[in-house]
Ligand binder design. Sequence first.
Ligand SMILES: *Cc1c(COP(=O)(O)O)cnc(C)c1O
Length: 225
Amino acid sequence: MSIASTLADVRARIASAARAAGRDPKDVKLVAVSKTHAPEKIREAHAAGQRTFGESYAQELDDKSKALADLADIEWHFIGHLQSNKAKVVVRSARVIETVHSSELASEIGKRAASASRAPIDVLVEVKLSEEASKHGAAPAELGALLDAIEKDSRLRLRGLMTMPPFGDAVIAKRIFDELRALRDRHGGASRLPELSMGMTGDFEIAIASGATLVRIGTAIFGAR
Ligand SMILES: *Cc1c(COP(=O)(O)O)cnc(C)c1O
């Protein structure tokens, strides 16, 4: 199947999940996760109208954004675990950094964004709601202080929350998506935190039912990695 047709299929599934939840499909944005896939695949998706792409590795994002610099309207989201020493590379091309997990990282992103003339840069806070050691993010108990620190930093623009449940269990995924939404409501609601980034190939319909505004989908569009 062509990327144009897998994309059309994913968009149709997003729209029907949104309608089933009584939501406007326009309120759910697709982040096409292109990590490990060649720039040519991103070109194909771009030709089919996709503009927002997610990458997980700093160097790969940097390489691809350079290879695709002619596609000036691409909006890159950084969705991987970010170490402070990679913030400088990521702010060069990322429009949104979805994985801020500490105030130290937030302030490093702010500093690097300012010196690259990319401030204010949009950020989401990644929240760790799963016990899995491989999952990163701020603990729910740290969230209040971290959100306050980001809001006080004029080089950053706070946009919302992101999370990633453990792989392959729909019941746990739904519980975690509902927890992220409840945390959003407890910390100022949609006016302060408009974006909820949650849902991947295996669980995006569940995430949309729980209020996702950004779904990060790779495999269903580009195939297996
Ligand atoms: C790889 C990745 C995705 C996409 O996963 P698929 O199952 O391929 O849709 C989404 N979010 C994050 C943070 C990822 O690393």
